[in-house]
Ligand binder design. Structure first.
Ligand SMILES: Nc1ncnc2c1ncn2[C@@H]1O[C@H](COP(=O)(O)OP(=O)(O)O)[C@@H](O)[C@H]1O
Ligand SMILES: [Mg+2]
Length: 252
């Protein structure tokens, strides 16, 4: 069994593309069934991973509340299956249920999920919550998403300042600029001055992304050679170069 790698995708600003990155990255890491992947939706109030994947939620994290013990077997019963080897642990379906989920449950889940999956990709809400911090703590790699506009970049810098206060390894963190457009992006020197941290990847702005969300199929699956899919693959490849995230040969 491969060691699991937990990848937490975060942005302090809504609409930057966390769910887009998380669902497409999970698709690329799944590699058409070569690896077992779990997508964990921690956007507890308004999680939309299920909707982006065209899934009807069968179960959610709420079902874990009645479990005495979390084991690979009991956690398996919480999953909504998307594809063979690709499961989703979904956010509560009713926003009011979010407050029922303690942050400690996230830590407990992230301690067990790596036993059953090669990769766990965590999607998050747009604000720091104890649940997000639990997922950042457990992550082998953190992906911070931003768009290339000044306010989002400033928020990203604020997020980095906060994360730098915590005992996280900066080498295990990637900054991704989503909806990049050479015609309107800030020149590199302005961007570098605002972010003051290396940029690991850029995902181009492309209408095919919202179209794929409306079809309920990640672009990386529907159009693997699309520029956005290629950028996600590059991101996955860079991530896998991080020793903590390198993967074993496929199982089976
Ligand atoms: N690279 C892109 N090009 C064009 N539209 C994008 C791109 N990435 C995301 N979007 C759109 O931006 C919106 C927000 O993306 P989403 O992934 O839901 O953000 P978040 O999860 O951070 O709130 C969605 O409507 C999505 O279709
Ligand atoms: Mg989202």
């Amino acid at each position: 069994m491969a060691d699991c790698r937990i990848v937490t995708v975060f942005a302090a600003k809504g609409g930057c593309g966390k769910t887009t990155v998380a669902t497409n990255l999970a698709t690329v890491l799944h590699d058409r069934g070569a690896y077992r992947v779990c997508l964990l939706d921690l956007d507890l109030e308004f999680g939309d991973a299920a909707s982006v994947l065209g899934l009807r939620p069968e179960r959610s994290m709420v079902d874990a509340l009645v479990m005495d013990r979390l084991t690979p077997a009991t956690v398996a019963s919480l999953m909504t299956n998307y594809l063979p080897g690709f499961d989703c642990l979904l956010a509560p379906t009713r926003p009011g249920e979010a407050r029922l989920i303690p942050a400690a449950l996230v830590s407990r889940l992230l301690a067990v999920l790596p036993i059953a999956y090669d990769f766990v990709v965590v999607d998050t809400p747009s604000h720091f919550t104890p649940h997000v911090l639990a997922a950042l703590d457990a992550a082998d790699h953190q992906i911070l998403v931003t768009t290339p506009e000044r306010p989002a970049l400033k928020n990203l810098r604020g997020t980095l300042d906060m994360l730098d206060l915590l005992p996280y390894d900066r080498a295990a963190r990637s900054i991704v600029i989503n909806r990049s457009d050479p015609g309107s992006d800030l020149p590199d020197e302005f961007l570098d001055a605002l972010v003051r941290s290396p940029i690991a990847g850029r995902l181009p702005a492309w209408d095919d992304v919202p179209a794929s969300i409306n079809r309920g199929e990640p672009l990386a699956a529907a159009q693997p050679d699309h520029a956005v899919s290629l950028a996600i693959r590059q991101l996955a490849a860079a991530l896998l170069q991080d020793g903590r995230c390198s993967r074993d040969p496929p199982t089976g």
